[in-house]
Design a protein around this ligand. Structure first.
Ligand code: MN
Ligand code: MN
Ligand code: MN
Length: 303
């Protein structure tokens, strides 16, 4: 009998822990995701997610729809965003979690990022036009659909119009490093991005640290620079990764006293390595970012 009681007592915290499932990184049709915000929330619900952060690229346009759907599905939405920046010439993504989407300065920072994207595409289009490729900008925009037009869309256009035989050839002749379509993207700086997020009360998080293919020492430099800008969290888990990669990210977070986040980076159904809700378990030694949101994560307990 005592054994039975103990089993029950020991099982309780585990149940609570399992009862809450955080996926703090995903995309909807508001940026380059395939599902509408409402469909995304329904899919998250099916996969047991209780707390979902919608983190579209440089926009919070999908948050209101996600929140409406979440209210009927019984899911909690954490308003989020994924912002692009550059650090030491490397493209870096920073998540903003629990951001205030009504904050004016924050909205202006996002508008700057979107304008920068559009201006770059227009510049690539102009240069191609001069080089004898008319209509490239319109073509790339049409191919991009709801996404912002980027070099891959120009490459597709060049192939479809017969200027080159392959995407590779398009980059080699027109779009690759040092070619006429190699227009540098000018994002807000790391400091400005972190400032925009923390300035409206959000948490800044280094997204998918393993995807930058940096050495560990370079990654440490990035984390140091990020912390010095006021950033306080890192994705310890981002989609499918090995145990040793996870361990290395846990150590990195501990070394710089960063909070730990986790997410799928879901973009589209059928990609199992980034299914919603699949990467919600943080190692016990981590300090989860949701400890910063006691009211959102009420009921959560750690063993
Ligand atoms: Mn994306
Ligand atoms: Mn990203
Ligand atoms: Mn992403």
């Amino acid at each position: 009998m005592l054994e039975l009681v103990n089993m029950f007592v020991n099982a309780r915290p585990l149940c609570w822990r399992r009862a809450l499932k955080f996926d703090l990184h995903c995309h909807s049709t508001a940026s380059d995701g395939i599902l509408s915000p409402a469909a995304l929330v329904s899919r998250a619900k099916i996969h047991g997610v209780t707390h979902l952060a919608l983190t579209d690229h440089d926009t919070v346009a999908g948050i209101a729809e996600a929140e409406r759907a979440a209210a009927t599905e019984g899911v909690t939405i954490i308003p989020g965003v994924e912002m692009s920046t550059q650090w030491c010439g490397i493209g870096i993504h920073i998540l903003g979690l629990n951001v205030d989407i009504g904050n004016k300065a924050f909205a202006e920072s996002l508008a700057y990022q979107r304008d920068a994207r559009v201006a770059r595409a227009e510049e690539i289009g102009k240069r191609l036009e001069k080089a004898g490729v008319p209509g490239a900008w319109q073509g790339a925009v049409a191919l991009a659909g709801s996404e912002a037009a980027g070099r891959p869309h120009f490459a597709q256009y060049l192939v479809s119009e017969g200027y080159v035989k392959s995407i590779n050839a398009a980059f080699k002749q027109y779009l690759g490093a040092g070619k006429l379509g190699d227009v540098k993207q000018v994002w807000l700086s790391l400091e400005e991005v972190v400032g925009a997020i923390t300035g409206c009360g959000g948490e800044a998080v280094i997204a998918h640290p393993l995807k930058y293919k940096m050495t560990l020492s370079k990654l440490r430099q990035l984390v140091l620079a990020f912390s010095q800008c006021g950033g306080g969290a890192i994705e310890v888990i981002s989609g499918a990764q090995t145990d040793s990669q996870t361990k290395s990210m846990v150590n990195l977070a501990a070394r710089f006293s960063l909070l730990a986040s986790c997410g799928s980076d879901f973009h589209a159904p059928g990609q199992g390595w980034q299914e919603l809700g699949r990467y919600s378990e943080l190692p016990q030694s981590c300090s989860p970012i949701w400890d910063m949101w006691p009211s959102l994560a009420a009921g959560y307990a750690r063993e």
